[in-house]
Structures are given as structure tokens and as C-alpha cells.
Ligand binder design. Sequence first.
Ligand code: SAJ
Length: 454
Amino acid sequence: MNIVVVGMGYVGIPVAALFADQPGFRVTGIQRRSERSGWKIDCINRGESPIGGNEPGLNELVNRVVNNGSLQVRDDFSACTNADAVILAVQTPVDEHKKPVYDSLIEAVEGVSENIVAGTLVSVESTLAPGTTINLVKPLLEEGSGLMAGVGFNLIYSYERVMAGSLLHNLINYPRIIGGYTQECAIRGFEFYKNIVNAEISVTDILTAEVSKVVENTYRDVNIAFANEVALICESLGVNVFEVRKYVNNLPFNPQNPSTNPYRNMHLPGAGVGGHCLPKDPWLLKYGLDNYGKKRFYPKILVDSRELNDSMPDHLIELTLEALNENYIQINDAKVALLGLSFREDVDDTRNSPCLKIYTKLVNMCREVIIHDPYIKECRNLPIHDNLYEAVFCANALILITSHEDYQKIDLNKIRGLMYSPIIVDGRNAFNSGELTRIGFVYKCVGKSNNYLV
Ligand code: SAJ
């Protein structure tokens, strides 16, 4: 089979490489030669994966399929003319007004529609506002190709469930949902993905699949917001939210079916919610409701959850100001060190990172703000130090924003000696209050109050 995958990113690269590794498959990746991403074309055609961080198996796979001629990347859509299947895996961010930005999607769909021939399977994998495939993608494909969806070509929506650090693993082992424009489209999609997916594949309609994808991540965002709200309540009442969470979550599993999820699964409060999925998917769900829903209503829970999660970086700044004031240090005289630039522990991905929000505000308030992250050496001309102990030298406060494994092993006594004033604000419950207090730190943590030493 000849496959085309449009968009060489976190989704497109693993899926292109995995199909290319199947006997009898040849894959052409399509990537726009843009300023930001054009370099990926030559990188992949050299047999290298452009995705950083630790992605088990991906570099070897890309190298193998490029060198045996099963995968190549181009910047034009001509390969679609003899494609049996085309996968759309372009990014679909939201803008500052929380509205989806579909420029890349529209460009990709138009390029594909002008080249596909009858009988092609078109699979949309990008995360979309529910209603987008039927109301935007389908008409563009039909206008450009002159073919009817479900008749001249098969149309499905089949979302990915990738996660930085386990891209290939998730693709192969996570259950897959296929939303078909018609029953026949869904079955064609089922047969197609069976080539690479080793887990259960369910078929449904397109709209149900689109809603399922954004609800999957909205659910997680709302649960994190609940944990953050409980953390703020615990701080105010003077209890340790992590102790409360431990008791809440140890309500016994369902005795009849112990493998099911516990009756309680309180998530972790923290410095905020970053990454490419959770900060945008609730807004895509709301956009779908607002634009394609039959009955208008205001989805208060998902909106308030997003706003609460996005306020957590401000809460860390508040805790830092409190600690500086309690020690008679003026914020504009202070040097503050931020630990953890990536959005999640032990990855090098900075998308929507809470650290960026904290830096942007503090840099206008402090004498100096510097950043350290073991996985990131440079980003947007930010003042990143690659030596942690140099970074905290003479600092008045240290804010832990991402709990990288490396930070569990730092020499706190050495840090205490290097800092001008030993203030630590812990955004991820990375440290033990009692140990830091004994060493002589002023310690504040999201969800923990000063009224106890635990
Ligand atoms: N976070 C918390 N508290 C938590 C969990 C996460 O504050 O209890 C924060 C993290 O620090 C991070 C952000 O939320 O800043 C996102 O964390 P994440 O673990 O959800 O990481 P992602 O964005 O890589 O999530 C992806 C999502 N997968 C897809 O969109 C396909 C998410 O739905 C998955 O649950 C997650 O991977 C996973 O754990 O698989």
C-alpha cells in the first residue's frame, strides 16, 4: 500500500514510520518547508528522527525505514495521486481567544483534495473541535477532488493518544477509536489501522470520535483543577493536601472487581497544566458546542477548570512574594531561580509550560530571574543556566516548577549555603517540609500550609 502522512510532528512521524515498517507499505511524509519546521524534511530523509527527548525505539525505526526506502519526506502533495490512504496529522492549536487555528489543517486538506483519486481512504488524526470533520474537512475534500465522501473516497476520524516519552508504545498498544463517515468507511479504517495497532479497535461515527478525543483530555484537566482547588482549600485551612489525597485515594477498590479504577482517583495539585493537549482540548470541545451544538449553554465546569489551572503559576508567585516579605526582602531587589522549564517531568517539551508564565511575570518584578532545566539548554533567548548550583548562587528564592528526577537528588545543604536567603517555593511537592525546615530553609508548597511539619 502507498500511504501519505501530512504533518511530520509528534503524531505524524511515529505513525508514518510504523506503517513504513509493515511489509509491502511505502510511506511519503509531507511537511511544509516553513521557517519553523522545514528542517525536519532533510533531517528525516537522513534517517534521523527530529523529535527530542527520550522516545524508545523511534530513532532506530526512522533510520531503518528511511534507509530501506520505505519512508521519504517531501514538501509537495503529488504523492497523494497514487495513495491508497492519506493521514492528516497537522497541528491544531487555539489562539489567544481560545478559538482553533485551522490554517495548517485547511492548507493540508486543500493540498490533499487536489491530488487524491477515487477509492482513497482519508484519515484525520489531528485533534479537532467536534463537528469540524463533517462541516469543514469534508466539504473541502469534496470541492477539491470532485469526489463524494463515502462514495468517491472514504473519510474517517481516528484520533491519536500519544504522550511525549512513549510515542511508539502508545500508538501500538493503546486502544484505537475509528469514526467513519459511513459504516463502510469505518470498516475500511478498521482494516487499515489493524496493520499497526495491537490493541482493541472500536468503530463509531465521526462526531462521537471527535467528542471522545477532546473529552478524554477535558476529563483530565477538570480532575487536575479539582486537585488544585482542594490544595488551595487545604493551604487556607492549614492541612497537607497530599496527606488528604492519600486518604481519599485509599478508599478500597471495588471488591468484586479489584482491577477497576479505585472509587477515588484524586489527581496531583501543582504549578499548573502545560503541554500540547490539556490546555487546548477543553476549548476545542467548547468551540464545537458553540458552533455546531443545537442547544446553546455555558459549559461552566470545563471553563472554570481551565481558568483555575491557568491561575496556578500566579499562586506560586504569590507564595514567593509571601516568603520574601516574611523575610523583609523587596521583590525588586530579589534574584529568583526557576527550576524546571519543560511542562512535565523528564521530557524536554516546553509547550505551554507553567515556567514560561512565571518567568514572564517575575522578570518585570525582580532584580534577576534565571532558569535551570536538566533537559533544556536553550529556549527563546531565556536566561537558562546549565549548572544548577551556579543558577542558585546568591538567589533570594528558588521556585520548583517541574519535578525532574534530577531534582530529587540535589544537595540541599549545598544549595542552602549558596543562596543569599534560603527560600524554596515547591510547586510539585518535590521536597519534605520537615527536612527543609531542619536545614534552615523557609519552605512553602502548593497545598501545604506552614501550620505543621510533615
Ligand atoms: N498535571 C498535574 N497534575 C496531574 C497530572 C498532570 O498538574 O495530576 C500537569 C502536568 O504537570 C503537565 C500537564 O498537567 O503540566 C499535562 O500532564 P499530562 O501527564 O497530562 O501530560 P500530557 O500533556 O503529555 O498528556 C498526555 C495526554 N494524552 C493525549 O492527549 C493523547 C493525556 O490525555 C494523557 O492522560 C497523558 O498524556 C498520559 O498520562 O498518558
